[in-house]
Design a protein around this ligand. Structure first.
Ligand code: SF4
Length: 326
């Protein structure tokens, strides 16, 4: 076992635990943000540098600080290690740089992007970005390619986190897409414009942190914050059948997997549940979905808000009316 302290909070974890995993065990206050790491996908992480942290004490045996910031998703804890995440100016500065770098080529088209409201890059930019960019170059653009009837690829928005490639490798029967080319020519593509077509292909939509892979059956139907998420399940012979239905009025506009507080799906779902069963009668409704993510979708969930003190009845002072009791 190893004792690690992150932003002043100490936890004991098993040897081999990464700093990121230890931080998540402590809680969301100290957990670094991630764009490519996904706990349900093996070998994910190590691409985006969003989760950089400062190791101010290496270990009990060798207390020297680590000379550079380290990727917390790839660095394992040592006994006595001390880590700074929110408490480090260096980390704040570096994260700003990472956001600027991720936005070098990512279009600022949130007003027309279906991912807006649940986009991790949008949240990251809001919390860690700077208002300006220093680049003079045009953002790179790609020809549109069709990858099938269900999934829309917008390569311009891709941040090359590799999550969708790992989903295809680890969850589906056969991977027909991947990252081709090198450097800023790298792109997600099916090699010969083949359709991504297998029972679990829709999961690439859920894992994509930005709007590069979106649901064709939901495109431009509604902003996500105007929809009502409801937990539901059905008997399915391919997956657990546990999903979230996103309602607008009486209509189910889309079906997704259930995401945990880190924005990761709890269980991957099949395409039949996601794309082909969009009637309420197909499902057993469990109740409203509580969204853990701090994104704008949670904004209208008033039950989490405290009533302002000045509006409670005991604090409202009667108006003094001039000239009598009327
Ligand atoms: Fe990541 Fe999405 Fe690009 Fe795939 S398409 S690499 S999930 S950003």
């Amino acid at each position: 076992m190893a004792k690690v302290t992150i932003d002043g909070k100490t936890i004991e974890v098993a040897d081999g635990t990464t700093i990121l995993q230890a931080a998540r065990m402590i809680g969301p206050d100290v957990a670094p943000p991630t764009m490519c790491y996904y706990s349900k996908l093996k070998t994910s992480g190590g691409y985006c540098r969003t989760c950089l942290v400062e190791v101010s004490k290496g270990s009990e045996k060798d207390p020297r600080p680590m000379p550079k910031l380290v990727a917390s998703c790839r660095t394992t804890v040592m006994d006595g290690m001390e880590v700074k995440n929110n408490d480090s100016e260096k980390v704040t500065e570096a994260r700003k740089g990472v956001v600027e770098f991720l936005l070098l080529n990512h279009p600022l088209d949130c007003p027309v992007c279906d991912q807006a409201g649940e986009c991790h890059l949008q949240d990251l930019s809001y919390e860690h970005g700077s208002a300006k960019t220093r680049t003079d170059f045009e953002r790179r653009t790609f020809e549109k390619i069709d990858i099938g009837p269900y999934v829309q690829l917008h390569m311009n928005r891709c941040i090359l986190c590799y999550r969708c490639v790992k989903v295809a490798n680890q969850i589906t029967d056969g991977r027909v897409h991947g990252v081709i080319n090198r450097g800023d020519h790298s792109e997600i593509a099916t090699y010969v414009e083949e359709a991504i077509d297998n029972d679990f292909s829709g999961n690439v939509i859920d894992v994509c942190p930005v709007g590069a892979l979106t649901d064709k059956t939901f495109r431009f139907k509604s902003r996500v914050w105007f929809t009502k998420p409801v937990d539901a399940h059905r008997n399915c012979d391919k997956c657990s059948g546990k999903v979230v239905l996103w309602y607008k009025g009486e209509d189910v506009l889309r079906v997704t997997g259930r995401k945990d507080q880190w924005g990761e799906v709890e269980e991957f779902i099949c395409n039949t549940c996601r794309f082909e069963t969009k009637k309420t009668s197909d499902w057993t409704i469990e109740g409203p979905r509580k969204l853990d993510n701090h994104s704008v979708i949670s904004a209208n969930h008033y039950e989490f808000l405290k009533k302002p003190k000045e509006l409670t009845i005991n604090t409202v002072k009667p108006l003094a009316i001039e000239g009598g009791n009327n």
